[in-house]
Design a protein. Structure first.
Length: 266
């Protein structure tokens, strides 16, 4: 991950996200006083991020949860399906495939990423909340390496578009993990989007080259070790990403550097 201090960040639409949060909670008849009690977030099943992004992309509820091609689309408007998936892309694979069988439909697959994270820790026994702190790491679009394998069959489909949304997010977690401060592998309670930072759109296969840092693209060739250094991604998602990019004809092996294979972009 890249250090937050090295990023030139503009936080946009904070008022919009706050209005969406209030709108959603008003619909569930919760008072503003209740909303300040973080204990209620556990009842939302970590769906707040999904709900708020849906309203952010399309405020009009009549376009939400529309049955389309035997599935319920998060948003359906103007012959376009918008699906929001924050993790586990494999669960959405069959749904996307079914949508794309209808050549008249355009599919926009939205992946919200917590680029800037604020964290609040909750004592599970007392309900006491810690002071909110901000992580010093900026999570970039390379987080997508974890999931790219599951959409590889759609990358070259002209009706499939990927949108990675970079957001400022407030995370609530229980202090029930392991380690001295009980924060390792702690239970996630909820995620609340606070603002819009930016987005990357992938409308054709060649757009996926943006997932290779510009520094490495400019240098012409790179190894998996250099890619790891620039993206801070772990070995397994890195290997999956490289395989998908090779199979898609976007990168190719061009020799070796010490024990590492060198690649270039095609």
């Amino acid at each position: 991950m890249i250090k937050l201090k090295n990023q030139d960040i503009v936080y946009k639409d904070r008022e919009i996200f706050e209005a969406i949060r209030k709108r959603i909670n008003d619909k569930t008849t919760q008072s503003e006083e209740q909303l300040s009690n973080v204990n209620i977030f556990g009842t939302l099943g970590e769906k707040t991020l999904h709900k708020m992004v849906k309203y952010y992309l399309e405020p009009d509820e009549k376009y939400h949860e529309v049955k389309t091609e035997d599935y319920i689309a998060d948003i359906f408007k103007d012959n376009s399906v918008i699906e929001i998936q924050s993790a586990n892309f494999s669960a959405a694979k069959d749904k996307i495939k079914r949508y794309l069988e209808n050549k008249e439909l355009k599919v926009i697959f939205v992946y919200p990423v917590a680029a800037v994270r604020h964290q609040c820790w909750i004592d599970k026994e007392t309900g006491e909340a810690s002071k909110t702190t901000r992580s010093q790491k900026f999570t970039d679009i390379y987080k997508f390496y974890d999931e790219i394998y599951h959409i590889k069959d759609f990358m070259d489909n002209e009706n499939f578009n990927l949108k990675i949304l970079l957001l400022e997010v407030l995370e609530y977690k229980y202090l029930d993990g392991w380690g001295k401060f009980k924060k390792n592998n702690a239970t996630k309670i909820d995620k609340i989007p606070l603002s819009y930072i930016g987005e990357e759109n992938f409308n054709c296969k060649n757009d996926y080259l943006k997932l290779i840092p510009s520094k490495l693209r400019e240098e012409g060739t790179f190894t998996s070790a250099e890619l790891t250094k620039e993206t801070d991604m772990k070995d397994k998602p890195m290997r999956s990403f490289i395989k998908v990019m090779k199979d898609a004809g976007l990168i190719a092996e061009v020799g070796r550097k010490n024990r590492y294979i060198r690649y270039n972009t095609l």
